[in-house]
Design a protein around this ligand. Sequence first.
Ligand code: ZN
Length: 562
Amino acid sequence: MYRSCEKYLDNDELLIFLNETKEKYGRYFDFESIGKSSLGEDIYLVTLTDKDYKHHSEKPAFWIDANIHASEVTGTQGVLFFIERLLDEKHKDTSKHKELMKKMTYYLVPRFSPDGARAFFKESNSFRSTPLETAYEYSNFKRHDLDGDGEITLMRWKDKAGPFKELAGYPGILVPREASDFGLDSETYYQVVPEGTWTDFDGFKKTKSYDFGYDFNRQSPSFFAPEGIQKGAGTLPLEFPETRAIAEAIRARKNIFASNSYHTYGGFIIRTPANVPESSIPLEDRMRSEMIAELLQKSTEYTVHSGSDDFVYVPGQPLPGTFDEWYYLHLGIMGMTIEYWDVWKHAGMSWKKAVEKYETLSSENMVKLLKWAKENLKRDQYFKDWTSFEHPQLGRIEIGGFKTAFFLTNPPLPFLAKEIENVFEGSFAVSRMAPLAEIDSVVTKKIEGNVSQVTVVVKNVGYFPTYGSEQALKVKIIDKPVCKTSLNGKSGDFKIISKPDVDSIKHLKGFSDGNPRLSPFFGTGFTHEYEQQLTWILQGSGEFTFEINYHKGGVVRKTLTV
Ligand SMILES: [Zn+2]
């Protein structure tokens, strides 16, 4: 079994994994620190490719980032599984994987927010991204592990105006109070907040808008909205070392054509963009986006949602400042978000709307969930019995309730392997949609005397175009293909007499273009836009080298003797 399936790795264990993998698979695996977190931890980026065949920057690349949110550590395991599977010598597809790594590069960020992950492993804390305290006075509540059991759970106390009640027949299990639950004296209702204390507590006033802290996935420049509009966003896009490091790392790697961002939870595939309607993006990109979602959906059976009108907490208000949207809208890299793990589906529930999973739970569904938990987990893995506690501000309360970390938010260990393998299969399939420039033919012929003609045909044999997306063209972030030649003459007069016009060296479309819906019955429209023919005329004799860099489509290079 892979190590990624056996144990959730904390920061120190992650570094050991990376060092050991590098030692064992140095030909294929490398990692580097792309920056330090706010609290001084390294943010690692893994490069996976066969170093014996071209530099990693000379091949089409796929990007995955994970664990931008502190508690969403399944994504890290998913990245590690990706590494283990591609390097697995015993897998039935080993030879294919090795062939693939000659042609492709993977850039993988296993842990976007190491500070957040460290805090999470320390006390199952549910900070959003980082334990850094916000610079704003939007909250006067701080989470702490008050009873010293190593976890931050919940506090409850009786209140006739409370919005929770115990589920009949299930002592300790709280469910939302129903709208028709009139406040009879014979009934008991509760207030519930995370374990913690208030700052400036006056003995009476308690806010319920407790603080999750900063959210790095509201920090990208795409439709950024500051703190007062979007909680957790901060003041400026990319103002934290983590978000800045990721932005610079992805921007610097011009061979990346598509990306996946790993989150938990819910079992969702969320398509970008969110803040402009999907219908407004170019048709070709939409088709590619749908194909990506289809490949992910096939292996995961997660549901697919549009970030613009479906996966929204408030109708008409898509999430601002997310990284996947920024990758697409500003960098032309087709991004997509995957939310691992759907405990409700395991428990046999279904939902009308995606985000309902985060917000509501009927008594009927709670019974189903408890049944599943009882059958599959030990009680102390998902529930802490309510225990009386003398709160420094509230007096006598109870601490306890659901432990969400490896129940709701991340799969319990026995369920981890299947989950990360399914997502791997989807992401791996998406990565193989890469554009790939290859030399199809090179023909050299003598024209007269010592003059020869070299004719080269280059093809994009992949699905994506070598420019990545129509959005990349639109925002003019693409670099033109760069052609370089060099001569190593046997005779002193070896020179190039004529060469292809710079403008004739163009990006190449992939087999997805022109006819997105391919019919095996009626043939397809035929276009030469996936290939190009280039001609050089040379005088004299010697070695002639040409190289064309298609960036996202990789570099083609050949040396021939004339
Ligand atoms: Zn998340």
